[in-house]
Design a protein around this ligand. Structure first.
Ligand code: SF4
Length: 200
C-alpha cells in the first residue's frame, strides 16, 4: 500500500468513527490483533508517525526509515478512542484533511502526555520532541546524539543522525536516537547541547 493510501485510510476511518462507526471489529479475521477486547476504530492511526517512543520506535529498512508501532496498544484502548474522537470532533472535516503533521502531533501529545511537550528550538529551524525524555532515568554523556527527521505529508522523507545544531535539517523534527536499549538525546541551554542517555 502506498503511503498516501495509508493516510487516506486513516482519514476515512476517522470520519467513519466520527459518524459513530467505531468499537471492536469481531468480523475481522485477525481479531484481536493486539489484545482481547481491543477497540479497532483506528486500525490506521491518524497520528502516524507520532514519534512517541513509549509506543513505537524509528527503524531503518531497505526502503528507508519507518516509524514502527505494530505493538502500540494505546490507540486500541476504548477510553483513548473516546478521547481522540471527542478531541477531533471539534474540527471540521475539511480542516482534518488539510492539517499537517504538527497539528495532529500536538493533539497526540496533549492526549498522551497531558500537555504539549514539543517545542521550537532556538538553535535551529526545528521542532524538538526531546522533552519526552523528562522523567526518565537519564545520565549526562560526552557525545551528543539524536535524530533530525524530515516529514512531508505525514511521510518520513529524510533522517540524519546529528550531533550538533549545524547538522539539523531545516524544518525537521528532533527526536531521540534509540541504540542498544537506550535513548540518546540532549538538554539545551543558550544554544549549547548537553548529551544525555536514558533508559527506555
Ligand atoms: S505509536 Fe500508536 S499512537 Fe503512535 S502512530 Fe503508532 S499506532 Fe499511532
Amino acid at each position: 500500500m502506498e503511503f498516501e493510501d495509508v493516510r487516506e485510510r486513516a482519514l476515512i476511518e476517522l470520519f467513519g468513527a466520527l459518524e459513530g462507526r467505531y468499537g471492536p471489529n469481531y468480523e475481522c479475521r485477525y481479531y484481536p490483533c493486539h489484545f482481547e477486547g481491543q477497540d479497532c476504530t483506528f486500525c490506521f492511526c491518524p497520528f502516524y508517525p507520532c514519534f512517541i517512543y513509549d509506543l513505537g520506535y524509528i527503524k531503518k529498512t531497505t526502503k528507508g526509515y519507518v516509524w514502527n508501532c505494530k505493538d502500540c496498544h494505546w490507540i486500541h484502548e476504548k477510553e483513548v478512542v473516546e478521547e481522540v474522537l471527542a478531541e477531533l470532533s471539534g474540527y471540521s472535516r475539511q480542516q482534518l484533511v488539510e492539517e499537517d503533521w504538527l497539528f495532529f502531533n500536538r493533539i497526540v501529545q496533549k492526549l498522551y502526555y497531558g500537555r504539549e511537550i514539543g517545542e521550537f528550538v532556538e538553535f535551529a529551524e526545528a521542532y524538538s520532541l526531546m522533552r519526552c525524555l523528562e522523567g526518565k532515568d537519564c545520565e549526562s554523556v560526552e557525545e551528543v546524539k539524536f535524530l533530525s527527521v524530515k516529514v512531508e505529508k505525514f511521510e518520513i522523507v529524510e533522517v540524519v543522525e546529528a550531533s550538533s545544531p549545524s547538522e539539523v535539517l531545516n524544518g525537521s523534527i528532533l527526536i531521540p536516537l534509540l541504540r542498544e536499549g537506550y535513548l540518546y538525546g540532549f538538554r539545551s541551554e543558550d544554544g549549547k547541547l548537553e548529551g544525555i542517555k536514558c533508559r527506555i
